[in-house]
Design a protein around this ligand. Structure first.
Ligand code: AHR
Length: 490
């Protein structure tokens, strides 16, 4: 079948929330320690303990929001153990992730300093599983109040006069699993109770986020919506792309895979479309006015760890296959802009589908980083209706995935050719932009290509000129395994 993408440039729709381009950071392996935070005394260049190289790279992505401290870690995290003088901070064992000692040297103040340096908003996910209502309520008070209370005086004593005004606040993580193994009815009640005492302070109104379902657990969504919808701003969905589909055996290697496994990975990743659609349909039954948003606050690929690394650290390489998964997911999120409030790739550095990997003082940008770079113009732009006509690949994923948006009169189309070996000649017809000036950038390569500490720029973005203007529209020849950003300026 001839491949074509049709975009209606004259019908801007919902705004694509910039928070769709959010990230997730957990006290897991080398995400925080070594990846983002090295401490003030480190020989690795840093500002107040945050790695300068990593922060600078993240600033280029215009990261809008960062979720922390977990993940499963969140429901064993006690924020009061990680404030005040370093020497007084409590040490704990990170029982979720490798039983390593957590010295709590990175706590609330450090996280908010990291967000300040990156220029993003914080999203704090608090502890329901093993924390008390009072503990959670006092965390919100410590973060956001300027009343002269003992809790706030402690913040002042720790060097922070002004409240931070944290908006995004999660009440429990995976409460159906590592966050307490709760039934949906029980969690809904726990949610209602905990969130009651998370107060709004001053002008800051909390954006209350409830723990939503795993994958296709529609019953969880239904129960939460039925019982708690009036008290929440959004609920979360977690879905990981595990190529083998097995949580127990091997999940597959990040770098050594054959073409069948490549297709299987994309087919599994593409489940996101159905999951989002199905959960939104349940939500819509209880919330026809769409007051409650959907946040996909954990998504990405999950493989076997790199050989020789700590199995509890979830460190994996990142190839052009991951770039295709990122392109597919981000197009799905964009195309659901009316209902998806936020998404957070798991995780930012050194864990699962990371945008950055570090090794000592070395840092590299992964293919996934470059996809986020290619897509960043979509943030806060208005979605344009688009339709893709093409054949399906083995497993049922369409060969080409796309989304389009407009901001300040500039149209951005992001399109990926998921075929691992064949180029795609695509007719791109953008109604209303026939005379536009066209520029483009592209990321392409063999599906196994990745950046290594020996060859950091093996995969990188380049200018793309294989675009011809014809009477029917633009003819864009996307190489195999490629993702492009095509910009049309009036
Ligand atoms: O991202 C790794 C883990 O995956 C998170 O801690 C947890 O929420 C999920 O199961």
């Amino acid at each position: 079948m001839a491949i074509s993408i049709h975009v209606d440039g004259a019908r801007p729709g919902a705004t694509i929330s910039r928070y769709i381009y959010g990230h997730f950071s957990e006290h897991l392996g080398r995400c925080i320690y070594g990846g983002l935070f090295v401490g003030k005394d480190s020989p690795i260049p840093n500002v107040n303990g945050m790695r300068t190289d990593v922060v600078e790279a993240l600033k280029k992505l215009k990261v809008p929001v960062l979720r922390w401290p977990g993940g499963c870690f969140a429901d064993e995290y006690h924020w009061q153990d990680a404030i005040g003088p370093q020497e007084n901070r409590k040490r704990m064992v990170n029982t979720n992730w490798g039983y390593v000692v957590e010295d709590n040297s990175f706590g609330t103040h450090e996280f908010l300093e990291l967000c300040r340096q990156i220029g993003c908003e914080p999203y704090i996910n608090a502890n329901v599983g093993s924390g008390t209502v009072r503990e959670m309520a006092e965390w919100v008070e410590y973060l956001n109040s300027d009343g002269d209370s003992s809790v706030v005086r402690e913040r002042w004593a720790n060097g922070q006069k002004e409240p931070w005004g944290v908006r995004f606040f999660g009440v429990g993580n995976e409460s159906w699993g590592c966050g307490g193994n709760m039934r949906p009815e029980f969690y809904a009640d726990m949610y209602l109770k905990y969130q009651t005492y998370c107060r709004d302070y001053g002008d800051n109104k909390l954006f209350r986020i409830a723990c939503g379902p795993s994958e296709d657990d529609l019953e969880w969504t239904e129960t939460l919506m039925k019982n708690a919808r009036k008290h929440l701003d959004a609920l979360t969905l977690h879905f990981y792309t595990v190529p083998t589909g097995s949580w127990k055996g091997s999940k597959g290697s990040a770098t050594k895979f054959d073409t069948d496994m490549y297709y299987t990975t994309l087919t599994r990743a593409n489940r996101m479309e159905k999951l989002v659609t199905d959960h939104l349909a349940v939500m819509d039954r209880y919330d026809p006015e769409h007051k409650v948003g959907l946040i996909v606050d954990e998504w990405g690929t999950w493989y076997d760890v790199e050989p020789g690394t700590n199995p509890g650290f979830l460190y994996q390489q990142n190839t052009m296959r991951d770039a295709m998964v990122a392109a597919l997911n981000l197009n799905i999120f964009n195309n659901h802009a009316d209902r998806i409030t936020m998404a957070n790739i798991a995780q930012m550095v050194n864990v699962l589908q990371s945008v950055i990997l570090t090794d000592g003082d070395q840092m590299l940008l992964t293919p996934t980083y470059h996809v986020f770079d290619l897509y960043k113009a979509h943030m806060d732009a208005q979605l344009l209706p688009s339709a893709v006509f093409c054949d399906e690949l083995q497993g049922g994923v369409k060969q080409v995935t796309a989304s389009a948006s407009v901001k300040d009169g500039v149209i951005t189309v992001t399109a990926a050719n998921l075929h691992p070996t064949e180029a795609a000649e695509v007719l791109l017809d953008v109604a209303g932009a026939e005379n536009a000036q066209v520029t483009a950038r592209i990321l392409s390569g063999d599906m196994h290509d990745c950046n290594t500490f020996e060859q950091k720029d093996a995969v990188t973005i380049r200018d793309f000129t294989d675009i011809r203007k014809t009477e029917r529209g633009l003819v864009v020849t996307l190489p195999a395994c490629a993702v492009a950003e095509i910009t049309l300026r009036a």
